[in-house]
Design a protein around this ligand. Structure first.
Ligand code: SF4
Length: 232
């Protein structure tokens, strides 16, 4: 199916963007939309929040696979999860969309903004806001705050959900059979999702089993991770 798209309104007449990507399902539509507009972009994968390591690698590898298909440059940034846990101290029991998430977005965008500044990207943006589970205003405020450290750097707060973006995100994920993560990413979101599942009679999350558009895979290495396995 051919997707009809209007050219994206990139701010400041720029053509070059650093795209912070959280995962393949969220960035698939963003990537295809930017490509359709002839935007020169690079993916920046910096997500030290993702826990445990197996889940981090599943999400990152899926994103690399999709980027390689299109020949899009992919920057694999650090996985400094100790730093993430240190910054989350005292916020372990905060709800999703609360102050722990503000810290988490700030941390990821601060590194993205630094990279953009050091490597000549005039615009940065993120795939995070395309998920309907996220608070877009909270994400945009964090992005704008991070970009403001560097004169001339713009955080592009485009609403990737509009114009059918949310539906295409799912379509692309099914077409590509992307790995389907079942929690936001950090140890605390894993813990809270498992608690909710247990309270509603559902099995705990098992990593590496769910893929869009496919029945659950029989992965002999799949396991229900221990979310308490965190530093500090
Ligand atoms: S719930 Fe998601 S956004 Fe919030 S702190 Fe955890 S990983 Fe980050």
């Amino acid at each position: 199916m051919t997707i009809e798209r209007k050219p994206l309104p990139l701010p400041g007449g720029q053509r070059k963007v650093l795209l912070h990507s959280c995962c393949a399902p969220c960035s698939g539509e963003v990537m295809e939309a930017m490509q359709a507009s002839g935007i020169d972009f690079t993916i920046f994968f910096y997500n030290p929040n993702i826990h445990p390591l197996k889940e981090y690698e599943l999400r990152k590898d899926e994103n690399i696979r999709f980027a390689e298909q299109f020949g899009i440059p992919f920057v694999d940034a650090d996985y400094d999860r100790d730093d993430w846990f240190a910054r989350a101290k005292g916020m372990e029991n905060e709800p999703e969309r609360g102050i722990r998430c503000t810290m988490c977005f700030d941390m990821r965008f601060e590194r993205t903004a630094l990279y953009a500044h050091e490597h000549g990207f005039p615009v940065m943006t993120s795939s995070l806001g395309i998920s309907r589970w996220k608070n877009m205003q909270q994400i945009n405020e964090c992005g704008i705050r991070a970009a403001a450290h560097y004169p001339g750097l713009i955080y592009w707060d485009y609403n990737w959900r509009k114009g059918g973006g949310s539906a295409r995100m799912i379509e692309i994920s099914k077409r590509e059979n992307f790995y389907q993560q079942e929690y936001c990413g950090c140890a605390y979101s894993l813990r809270d999702t498992n608690r909710h599942r247990e309270a509603t009679g559902r099995p705990r999350i098992r990593l590496g089993e769910s893929y869009y558009g496919q029945p659950p895979r029989e992965d002999p290495t799949a396991s229900a991770p221990d979310e308490t396995d965190s530093p500090g």
